[in-house]
Write a protein that binds this ligand. Structure first.
Ligand code: FPP
Length: 243
């Protein structure tokens, strides 16, 4: 980052990113959609490297595959799944070198046995690291996450461990994905669309939103610096008042 980087206290501890624009980028380059997603993996690798250089940034969460992405063609779904299978093996040496801990969130019930195995392997191979947490959301949807938390609370209630008066925001939040991390401070979406697309619906309630027109494969350090600059200049009130 450039010399006038914001003070650490003004930096987000948890950054979440919706990586949008791979297909448009590919079309512009007259490449296949698969090539666009491949370039997307490269951009994500670069962002992980950069974020792990900031002591202040402790969690980076990236939306790799949404619950709705199954509606894309078989060819595209297979291409993304193939990239994830590869990345979960190929990226491990560098993640370990940078002390990054990897976590995968989302509904695993529809993932292939081989992908689940690689996810479990990547998580256990990096869990001893003590640097930044990298969370990849695969077959994730914010609504799924909340419904899943409700189901878990119901199971607890049926087992006699809970009654309705115990169900508070804090209690429900313990059952959500990412419950071990603070909520994202900054949520970035690339690719020019201004929406959350069923990403961290609960967890992003008070996140600062930053939208970039850059297509994800072109996202670079200078773009991320701009998001940090914007974040550091904002006053967060969490619904309260700052005099
Ligand atoms: C959005 O671009 C991107 C995705 C749906 C997939 C993102 C996936 C990756 C970057 C690869 C993930 C792999 C790993 C290892 C984490 P889009 O296809 O919606 O682009 P468009 O808006 O131009 O159509």
């Amino acid at each position: 980052m450039n010399s006038d980087k914001p003070d650490a206290s003004l930096l987000p501890k948890h950054v979440a990113v919706i990586m949008d624009g791979n297909n448009r980028w590919a079309k512009r380059q007259q490449l296949s959609g698969a090539e666009g997603h491949k370039a997307g993996v490269t951009a994500l690798r670069e962002l992980v490297r950069y974020c792990s250089e900031f002591d202040a940034i402790n969690v980076l969460t990236a939306f790799a595959f949404s619950s709705e992405n199954w509606q894309r063609s078989d060819e595209e779904v297979n291409a993304i799944m193939g990239l994830m299978l590869q990345a979960l093996v190929n990226e491990l040496p560098e993640l370990n070198e940078n002390s990054v801990r990897m976590h995968i969130v989302g509904d695993r019930s529809r993932l292939s046995e081989s992908l689940i195995q690689r996810i479990e392997n990547a998580e256990s191979a990096t869990q001893q690291n003590d640097g930044m947490h990298l969370v990849i959301a695969i077959n994730y949807g914010g609504r799924w996450d909340i419904v899943n938390a409700a189901k878990r609370l119901l199971e607890e209630a049926q087992a006699g461990g809970l009654d309705s008066a115990d169900i508070t925001e804090d209690q429900l939040a313990t059952q959500l994905s990412l419950s071990e991390f603070p909520d994202p401070d900054l949520l970035i979406r690339t690719g020019g669309e201004h929406r959350i697309s069923n990403f961290l619906l609960w967890q992003a309630a008070y996140s600062e939103l930053y939208f970039s027109d850059t297509l994800w494969p072109d996202y670079d350090r200078a773009e991320f610096d701009r998001a940090l600059e914007s974040y550091s200049s904002r006053q967060r009130r969490f619904g309260g008042r700052v005099e």
